[in-house]
Design a protein around this ligand. Structure first.
Ligand code: ATP
Length: 288
């Protein structure tokens, strides 16, 4: 698997602000990964993903040093059309993305903009509507849908463009638990079945940690940690100090470690955590 995103010594400061929002960021992301991005408020998460989408520096004013490369090409040299083919972006507020009066038109919009033919557009609409379970809503106004349905429309319109990378910035923050589940499930399928690279900024750590191949911790504009979940959660105290809310299974295993009852690796899987707890109980019973 090759690197598809490379960030080298990236520092970015929005104009008229006192300090850089990102400071000397270095990051490599490989193909077909699910990357979870977490960190406290105002730490630089949205800024980081905006740099990967090329919104920074193309659409913002500020000072930019270092470089971001997508598929080996400097993002500064990529045109809007190429960027749209490489990277799709889903916002927290799906309505911010809507431009049409029906779901079907909404899904077609981006494809019409890049000049796809009507047969290709029809085929892709049917394909994304199936994946995101929107088949019965195509003639509805996107504004009349539930929060979860709206977010599925936003994701479907990004999927229809078939980008290699999909970035989602707090996509579930406005959704109820069912809406959250459906967004997480669709994103998992996008990675597994469509081989996309998913980068998700998210505060719901439990679900994010379970799906992610790697987690990034952004703190004060820097990448403080970039690791597989098992290693990411090794020092729980430090994460809590930095404003994170680790998943319940991690907090539980950390307590077992402190009590001298467990020495193995951390896991975010509920099933594995139960097995660990059961084996500790069995050990204790056999000693008594
Ligand atoms: N358009 C902008 N103009 C000026 N400063 C900005 C702009 N957007 C973000 N910032 C500043 O950059 C820093 C990082 O903000 P950013 O939105 O990237 O953080 P975040 O981790 O995504 O926050 P949150 O979790 O609250 O959404 C903050 O200090 C913020 O005030």
């Amino acid at each position: 698997m090759g690197k598809i995103i490379e960030i080298n010594h990236l520092t970015w400061q929005y104009t008229d602000t006192e300090k850089p929002a990102l400071v000397d960021v270095n990051l490599d992301i490989e193909d077909n990964m699910f990357i979870g991005v977490c960190g406290p408020n105002e730490s630089g998460k949205t800024t980081l993903v905006s740099c990967i989408k090329g919104l920074i520096p193309h659409n913002f004013i500020g000072s930019y040093t270092g470089e971001v490369r997508l598929f080996g090409k400097n993002i500064r040299d990529l045109r809007a059309k190429e960027l749209a083919e490489y990277v799709g972006f889903v916002f927290a507020d799906p309505e911010a993305q809507f431009t049409s009066m029906s779901v079907e038109e909404e899904l077609a919009f981006g494809m019409e903009n890049i000049g796809l033919g009507s047969d290709e557009i029809r085929e892709r609409i049917d394909w994304v509507a199936k994946i995101t379970n929107l088949e019965n809503l195509l003639d509805k106004s996107p504004y009349d849908l539930s929060g979860g349905q709206k977010q599925r429309v936003a994701i479907a319109s990004v999927l229809a463009m078939q980008p290699k990378i999909v970035i989602l910035d707090e996509p579930t923050s406005m959704l109820d638990p069912m809406g959250k589940d459906s967004v997480f499930n669709i994103c998992a399928r996008m990675k597994e079945e469509l081989n996309m690279t998913i980068i998700m900024v998210e505060h719901t750590m439990d679900r994010l940690a379970r799906l992610s191949d790697r987690l990034i911790l952004v703190h004060n504009g820097k990448i403080e940690r970039y690791a597989e979940p098992e290693h990411f959660f090794e020092n729980v105290d430090e994460l809590v100090e930095m404003g994170l809310n680790p998943p319940a299974s991690i907090v539980f295993l950390d307590q077992l470690k402190r009590a001298g009852l467990y020495e193995g690796p951390m896991t975010t899987s509920v099933e594995e955590t139960i097995e660990i707890a059961q084996s500790i109980c069995a050990r204790k019973e056999s000693v008594q």
